[in-house]
Design a protein around this ligand. Sequence first.
Ligand SMILES: [Zn+2]
Length: 224
Amino acid sequence: MKHPLVAILATVTAVAACSSGGPRGDSNVGRLIGRVVPFMGDTASRASHSAGQLCGVAGLQGKPVAPITSATNGCGVAAPVQVTHVDGVKLSQPATLDCPTATALHRWVTEAMRPALGRASASVTELRVPAHYVCRTRNHRAGARISEHGKGRAIDISAILLANGETITVAGDWSDSKYSRALREMHTNACGIFGTTLGPGSDGMHENHFHYDTAQYRGGPYCR
Ligand SMILES: [Zn+2]
């Protein structure tokens, strides 16, 4: 342990997040929870960090954090960052991601979310993020492959908050809402920015949030 004084072990609590309807009593889930060791960072990991800028992207705010290791094979992030704001929009919780995924999120906000919302885009204050880094299997299934969430390559988004107090939710506004078209458009246009895009209608596990990750597939992006 390099920094014993600051090695505060923080258990990632976002377990229930991605598909909160995941099987209860799945003892593997608890076993797979990764543990993050936040520390002050060394010079190398801070090299790419200048005021208000992360991963070399002007609109990304946050800070680099220490490499995340895990006893679970397949989990961990070699060079994680903790993103707090994307293009001026606050994340409901700091999201631990790798730089390619943080950069993709910034592209999605600026190239997909904002254009889809049109005039309302100027009043977006916050994105609700139910899950980011968490060491677990896909859809919490025992024996399944490690989720992209366990590699820092995935983020879930469940709602968009506006300055006037409105909350646009994936669960409530996907159908029959004045925001339905915008939600569908921003989700469609996430394809290609991200390697995987899932949402309502994908597989029954993503009815209340968008799942975006930067997995790469030989056949091109997987968008459902
Ligand atoms: Zn997800």
